[in-house]
Write a protein that binds this ligand. Structure first.
Ligand code: ATP
Ligand code: MG
Length: 318
C-alpha cells in the first residue's frame, strides 16, 4: 500500500529508568539506560516503523548520548536533514523513577541542553515543506519551555498555511496550567490540528465537563479530520470527519513500562491514517495494539513496533 510522509520536532533526550520503585530519584539505585527518548522522538521512530517516510527537526549534543539517538533514527530511516549536533551543550536527558501508585518522578535536563536548540525559522519550514509532508506532529511535552513552544506554534502555523495537516497530542503538564501563555499555545495548537489526540487527563483539562461525544463533534465541525481519546487501560475512542465513532477496549497485557504508549499510539494512528490504506476502524485497531505492545517493554521506545509486529499481535488475539 501507499505510505505517508510524516514530520515532527521537539526535544530529543536519553532516558534512564530506575530499577526500584518509590525511590523518587532521591536514593542511590540502579538505573537502566541510556534509552533514546523524548515524546516527539518516540513518535517519529514509531511512524518510521509502521512504514512512513519521516523527518525530524531537533538537536543533540556532540556526545555519546547524542549518538544513541542519532543511531536509533538512522536505524529506522528518519531523515537527518533537520537533525543538528549542537556544540557546547550536552544531549538532553531525563531520569525517571516509578512509584507504586503509578505516578512518575522525573529529573529533566532539557531547557539548558541541546534539546532546546531546535532548528527553526524559514529554512526549517522550507525543508519540511519540500519533504512533502502529509502530517506534522507536536507533542505537548515540547511546550513547557517558552522558546520551544513559540517555535512549535510558528512552524505549525506556517506548515498549516502550506497545506500540511497538523497532529497534536496535548500531553498537558499539570504544573504549567497556571501559566496563561502555556495554555494559550496548547489551545492554539488544538484549534490548528487536523488530528487531535488527547489522553483522558488532557481532555479533562481542555474540555472540562464534556464527554467525548460532546467535544469530538465540535472539533470535527471546526475542521478536525480525526479526534481520538486515548484511555490507557480502557482503550480508545475515535471520531472521523464523517462523524463515524469507533470505540475499542484495551488489550489485556502486563504493564512493564507505560512511558511512550501515548506517543506510539499517536504515531501509528497518524501514519496509517495519512497512508490511506485502511478505514478509521482498522487504523484505530492497529494504534490500540501498538499502545499495548509499547507498555510491555522497558524503555520509552523499546516497545515500538512494525506494522507486521502489530498484525501478528492482533492475529494472536481473539
Ligand atoms: P503517555 O503516558 O505516553 O502520555 P497517554 O496518556 O498519552 O500516554 P495512554 O492512554 O496511556 O496515552 O496510552 C495510549 C494507548 O496505549 C491507549 O489508548 C491504549 O490503546 C494503549 N494502552 C495504554 N495503557 C495500556 C494498558 N495498560 N494496557 C493495554 N493498552 C494500553
Ligand atoms: Mg500522552
Amino acid at each position: 500500500g501507499k505510505s505517508g510522509r510524516i514530520g515532527s520536532m521537539g526535544e530529543l533526550l536519553v532516558e534512564f529508568v530506575c530499577a526500584e520503585k518509590d525511590g523518587r530519584n532521591l536514593r542511590a539505585s540502579t538505573y537502566a539506560g541510556p534509552f533514546a527518548s523524548g515524546a516527539p522522538g518516540i513518535f517519529i521512530d514509531q511512524a518510521a516503523r509502521v512504514g512512513a517516510s519521516t523527518i525530524f527537526s531537533g538537536a543533540v549534543g556532540d556526545d555519546a548520548f547524542g549518538r544513541v539517538i542519532l543511531d536509533r533514527f538512522a536505524a529506522v530511516g528518519v531523515s537527518d536533514a533537520l537533525l543538528k549536533v549542537a556544540h557546547g551543550v550536552p544531549t538532553g536527558s531525563a531520569f525517571v523513577s516509578y512509584n507504586s501508585d503509578g505516578s512518575r518522578d522525573f529529573v529533566f535536563n532539557i531547557a539548558r541542553s541541546a534539546s532546546a536548540r531546535l532548528p527553526v525559522g524559514h529554512a526549517a519550514v522550507e525543508a519540511l515543506v519540500s519533504f512533502g509532508l502529509d502530517a506534522f506532529h507536536i507533542s505537548g511535552s515540547t511546550l513547557g519551555d517558552r522558546k520551544m513552544a513559540t517555535a512549535a506554534l510558528e512552524i505549525c502555523r506556517a506548515l498549516r498555511s502550506r497545506g500540511v495537516a497538523i497532529s497534536f497530542d496535548p500531553n498537558v503538564r499539570k504544573e504549567l496550567l497556571a501559566d496563561p501563555s502555556y495554555m494559550d499555545i496548547v489551545r492554539a495548537l488544538t484549534d490548528l490540528a487536523a488530528f487531535v489526540l488527547p489522553s483522558e487527563e488532557d481532555a479533562a483539562v481542555l474540555f472540562p465537563g464534556e464527554a467525548f461525544e460532546d467535544f469530538a463533534p465540535r472539533l470535527v465541525a471546526a475542521g478536525a479530520r480525526c479526534v481520538v481519546l486515548k484511555r490507557g487501560e480502557r482503550g480508545c475512542i475515535g471520531m472521523d470527519a464523517g462523524g463515524e465513532v469507533q470505540s475499542l477496549g484495551a488489550h489485556a497485557v502486563e504493564v512493564v513500562d507505560p512511558t511512550g504508549a501515548g506517543d506510539c499510539f499517536c504515531a501509528t494512528f497518524v501514519a496509517l491514517s495519512v497512508a490511506g490504506n485502511f478505514p478509521m476502524r482498522e487504523v484505530l485497531r492497529r494504534a490500540n495494539a501498538a499502545g499495548a505492545l509499547a507498555v510491555g517493554r522497558l524503555g520509552p521506545m523499546e516497545g515500538n513496533s512494525s506494522l507486521s509486529d502489530i498484525e501478528a499481535f492482533l492475529a494472536s488475539r481473539p
